[in-house]
Design a protein around this ligand. Structure first.
Ligand code: NDP
Length: 466
């Protein structure tokens, strides 16, 4: 590589989302001359149209149930109507505050922030708004973008970016998809009082989760009022005169017969996955290798086949989670500017689905452990949380531990229940540290909590025979 001093910057980052901002800030703090360019919003998907506004909406959606639960605890007042515009605009104000903070963090760290769309001109040159910038290394951290459906009327749908800015609030909605976003959005809408139908093409939602957990969660969310339409696809959407959308659904029944049904709703929200955002960046012209789905191919050091070009985060499509992009960005900056080797561990990444109740998980699912022919013992506890003995809510909690019977190590923990995300975060530390089931058992619980169940499951679970 040429002498870095020949270039304006040591590192030029395209995309100011979680991975890009973290890499830029750390690199600058390590003494590198760093620039970052962004054409949309500071903070990327997570801050603007992902984790942060989603969690704020999840809080909002929970109040309806909380008000209902409060009755048996002695409270008489009930909520007035829900005001979507107030929630939406308060959320947007908070996001704008965060955009400013991101900008300040970067500038405070000495990073040159350039507004505009970056495009590669050669292996060491980025063009933004007609200006050329040279850099010893270029980092692509452009993230992903919601997949668009292709059926007739797809332009009438709302994707997961638009969802956060809807002009009017629907009374009835179809959410399409069966992954994280679809399940979370269905939970938000149902909680906010919208008649919600979740339309998924396969037989089981959340198919990458522990099957027992996914099935239990599906039961819980359907008990809360979300109508689950499985083995169902959208054939067509038409706009009706009364502003409603007429949605033709195709359902394949158990005999394999396809039945068509038509539903009129106010909105169709799609959450059918996300594509890496790699088009129009100049990657093909430079010969940067891409995977079949458009994601950038990188080696263990996040380097592409062009030596000076690197990529991290959703755009490399390893694990599309904010904390992973942050870890990748930080590891890369330390590797490039502090000569620290990269040894990111993608095992035991805890994650949560913020539906109601939450799902959270870390480590092996039962199916993965069995597929690897690990000797496993399963511990499982299903119960009604103490609060619900009075609230009247029928919500139930499920916790599950996967233990390697050879060495007693806990290799997976899964939960469906209130605050599962908060609880599993702690369990993830124990699992990463290699804790054994005996160590779980020797841990004194905090009483009365749901979390204490994780240290009081004494008897292995034997699944009822079919
Ligand atoms: P997911 O990959 O989780 O789910 C996509 C869903 O859409 C799947 O159910 C998939 O079905 C379905 N699907 C795909 N293509 C089509 C199609 N053409 N027609 C109908 N359905 C289709 O993606 P999400 O969009 O939900 O989320 C993207 C990523 O963002 C997640 O994988 C996750 O990494 C991250 N995320 C994390 C969150 C968290 O941590 N809480 C929250 C939100 C997102 P099938 O399974 O049959 O392929």
């Amino acid at each position: 590589m040429s002498d870095a001093s020949n270039f304006q910057f040591d590192l030029f980052v395209i995309g100011a989302g979680s991975g890009g901002v973290r890499a830029a800030r750390i690199a600058s703090q390590l003494g590198a001359r760093v620039a970052i360019t962004e054409d949309l919003y500071m903070g990327g998907t997570c801050v603007n149209v992902g984790c942060v506004p989603k969690k704020l909406f999840v809080y909002a959606s929970h109040y309806k149930e909380d008000f209902e639960d409060a009755k048996n605890f002695g409270w008489n007042s009930q909520p007035a109507d829900f005001d979507w515009l107030r929630l939406r605009d308060n959320k947007t104000a908070e996001i704008q505050r965060l955009n400013g903070i991101y900008n300040n963090i970067l500038e405070g760290a000495g990073v040159t922030v350039i507004e505009g769309r970056g495009k590669l001109r050669d292996a060491n040159t980025v063009e933004v708004g007609g200006k050329l910038y040279s850099a010893a290394r270029i980092l692509i951290a452009t993230g992903g973008w919601p997949k668009q459906p292709s059926y007739p009327g797809a332009e009438l749908t709302v994707n997961s970016n638009q969802f956060f800015y809807m002009e009017s609030f629907p009374k009835s909605v179809i959410v399409e998809g069966g992954g994280y976003i679809a399940v979370e959005f269905a939970g938000i809408l149902n909680g906010l009082g919208v008649a919600t139908e979740l339309v998924y093409r396969g037989p089981k939602i959340l198919k990458h989760f522990d099957a027992d957990i996914a099935q239990f969660a599906a039961q819980q969310i359907s008990d809360k009022g979300i109508h689950l339409s499985l083995n169902t696809t959208i054939r067509e959407i038409k706009q009706l005169d009364n502003k409603k959308l007429q949605v033709s659904l195709l359902h394949t029944d158990e005999q394999g017969k396809t039945v068509e049904k038509t539903v009129d709703v106010d909105a169709v929200v799609t959450a059918i996955g996300r594509d890496p955002k790699t088009s129009n960046l100049g990657l093909e012209d430079l010969g940067v290798e891409l995977k079949r789905n458009g994601a950038i191919k990188v080696n263990d050091n996040f380097q592409t086949n062009i030596d000076s070009i690197y990529a991290v985060g959703d755009v490399i499509d390893r694990v599309a989670l904010t904390p992973v992009a942050l870890a990748e960005g930080m590891a890369l900056a330390r590797y490039l500017f502090a000569q620290q080797p990269i040894n990111l561990d993608y095992k035991n990444i805890a994650t949560a689905v913020f539906c109601q109740p939450n799902i959270a998980t870390v480590g092996y699912t039962e199916e993965q452990a069995r597929a690897e022919q690990l000797p496993v013992t399963i511990y499982r506890s299903e119960f009604r949380a103490l609060k619900n003995t009075i609230s009247g809510s029928t919500e139930r909690t499920l916790m599950k531990l996967i233990v390697n019977s050879d060495n007693d190590r806990v290799i997976g923990a899964h939960m469906v229940g209130p605050e599962a995300g908060e609880i599993i975060q702690g369990i993830a530390i124990a699992i990463s540290a290699g804790a054994t089931k005996s160590q779980f058992d020797n841990t004194i619980g905090i009483h009365p909590t749901a979390a204490e169940e994780f240290v009081t499951m004494r008897e292995p679970y034997i699944a009822p025979s079919a």
